[in-house]
Structure formats: C-alpha cells, structure tokens
Design a protein around this ligand. Structure first.
Ligand SMILES: [Zn+2]
Ligand SMILES: [Zn+2]
Length: 342
C-alpha cells in the first residue's frame, strides 16, 4: 500500500500501519540466502580448502570488529577516541561487512537509540521479531523514521573526511575490497576454485555477519533480563553476547550507550571490549569512557527489574577490585577468544 494511503492510527500497530514491501530487496535477500545455503553444502561436503575456511573465519572476525569496535562503539557512540590508522582499519573492515556506508549505519543507529522501539526506530522491535531482525530492510520506511531521521545530529561524522569519502565511494570500494580479499586472495594464494571463493568467503561470510548483527536488534530486544531499565525492550542476552563478541548485554548498552565496554561489570563474552583495551594499550585508542559503579547501581535500584546481582548493592562489596581480579584472570582472554571458534 502506498504510504500516502496509510489509514489514520487506531488499534494495535500492525492493524493501523501496513508498509509497502520492496520486492527488489526481498528478491535480493532471498537470493543471497539461497547462495549461502549452497555455500554451506560445499563446506559440509569438504569441497572447500581449509585455508579458505580459515580465511572466511578471519573475515568474520575482522568485519565484526569493523562494525562493533569501529562503527558502533567508536563512530556511533564516540565512547572512545581512535587515532587515524585505527580509523582506516575500521573503515576498511566495515566496508567489507556489506552494511552500507559508515554514515548511513551511524544515522540509523543513533536514531535507533533515540527512538528505541517506537515508530521512529528504523528496526522497531514492536513491529515483530522478523521486522527487527531483517524485515526492516525489505520494506519502505515508516514516515516517522524518515521525519526523525533528518533530525539526527551527524555533525561529527560529516566533518570526518574519511567517513564522507567512504560514503561517496562505498560501492566501488566495497567491490574492490571484496574482490581482492575474498576472491583473488584464495584463488591466487592457494589455488582455490573461483566458485568456492565466491560462495564461501564472499557470500557465506557476508550472510553470517549480517545475521550476527541482526540478532542484536531482534533477539536482544526480545529475550533476557532488564537489570538496569525495565522500561526498555533491550535485554541482557547471554546467547547473543556469545555469538556477537559481546554485543548482547543490550539492556546495559541502551541504559548507558556512552560506555565503551558496552556491558557492565566484568568482561564475560565481551571480546570487543578486550580488543578496545588492547588498542588502548598499543596507543591507537584513548579517552575510553565508562560509567561509574555508583551510577550503575543507582540506575539499577531506580529502574531495574530486580535481576541486578544483590551482592553488588552491598556497601561492603568492592566492584572495582572485583573487576580487576576478573580481568587479571583473563589476561589472555582476547587472544583465546579471537582464536577460538565460537
Ligand atoms: Zn538496540
Ligand atoms: Zn548502540
């Protein structure tokens, strides 16, 4: 139904708003998933060289950090500062992730935080799990998304020449990077077939990273506890955190979006935070912002759903010391996790 013929609001959301499906995008995502299924078959029938599988996994890790440490925690939230070589690193890996330009991702994400789960949220979870997961990419935008999207402050990234360069040349940049890294490298590096290089490191790897990102918008907005703010849809979801390098602690993240850790206390399944710590240690990241334990506790007491650990509310507990011990135990956590197949 064309947007100008949408009936006036009344009754539940799904009854009062029917959006126009963009069939071209439906066909694209359907085709992409069929190709990915064939790629899975190729892998399961041992037709793909092990080097190509390793490369695909490395590409999943690299692109995930382009999204998570880079475009999410750095560009969208500016929860720390990054020096220019690191910015280049992030833009390169993010471009490979096939998630549009940095500018578009940041605009959508800032809008998602500002209008979470309302009509103006691009992937409003109130419109259903599938819509929040990937359906939003196959439909015309809600008029409120368009209206409020223009009001999102993007001054900082619009003053960033690298971001604007990537926005302008996104598609050629994406095609060249993908061709070099996902296709030519395996074909010329270890004589992989062109078909396998196309199906596995190019197609399958892209689909995997898309779903990992989408689960944060769907599952982490549907399932889990809300220790910091029970009024939000975003929840603490350990399963999502485990497969997204730490992005599933979503009730915390929406309660404190400026915290570079993206999660409370300790670093459980939060490889991204370890990576940013590592970048800070080698001088590429600095000015890492965190929220104090006192502020976290106060928020949990004020708006939490009661699942916040009770011992943390005890005056005697020393979260800073406890956190340091947790982190010390996990000195090699970052490397272990980056090497471990999850
Ligand atoms: Zn969210
Ligand atoms: Zn965020």
């Amino acid at each position: 139904m064309p947007l100008d013929k949408v009936p006036p609001p009344s009754g539940p959301f799904h009854q009062r708003f029917q959006t126009e499906i963009v069939w071209r995008n439906v066909a694209f995502y359907l085709g992409l998933h069929l190709l990915a299924l064939y790629a899975v078959l190729l892998v399961l029938t041992f037709q793909v060289k092990w080097q190509t599988c390793v490369l695909s996994y490395v590409l999943v890790i690299g692109t995930s950090q382009g999204i998570l440490s880079g475009v999410h925690r750095y560009y969208s939230h500016k929860s720390y500062q990054a020096r220019w070589p690191l910015q280049l690193f992030f833009v390169f890996w993010f471009t490979l992730a096939f998630q549009n330009s940095v500018w578009t991702w940041v605009r959508d994400h800032r809008q998602h935080h500002k209008y979470s789960d309302t009509d103006a949220d691009p992937h409003n979870a109130a419109r259903g799990f599938f819509f929040a997961h990937m359906g939003w990419l196959m439909m015309r935008k809600h008029p409120k998304v368009l209206e409020k999207g223009d009001e999102i402050d993007l001054t900082d990234i619009e003053n960033d020449p690298l971001v604007m360069f990537q926005k302008r040349y996104y598609m050629p940049f994406y095609l060249v990077c993908s061709l070099l890294v996902a296709i030519l490298l395996p074909v010329y590096g270890w004589e992989e077939t062109l078909a396998n290089a196309f199906f596995v490191p190019f197609i399958l790897r892209t689909v995997i990273i898309l779903h990992l990102t989408w689960f944060v918008n769907s599952a982490a907005h549907y399932f889990g506890t809300k220790p910091y703010d029970r009024t939000l849809w975003p929840s603490e979801n350990a399963a999502v955190a485990a497969v997204t390098f730490g992005e599933g602690w979503h009730n915390y993240h929406h309660s404190f979006p400026g915290d570079y850790r993206g999660a409370d206390f300790g670093y459980r399944d939060n490889t991204t935070t370890y990576f940013i710590d590592f970048l800070s240690r080698i001088g590429l990241a600095y000015d890492l912002k965190t929220v104090s334990d006192a502020a976290v506790k106060a928020r949990a007491l004020r708006t939490g759903d009661g699942s916040f650990p009770r011992h943390r509310l005890d005056e005697q507990s020393n979260p800073t010391e406890e956190r340091e011990q947790t982190n010390k135990k996990s000195t090699n956590y970052f490397f272990e996790n980056f090497l471990k197949l999850r």
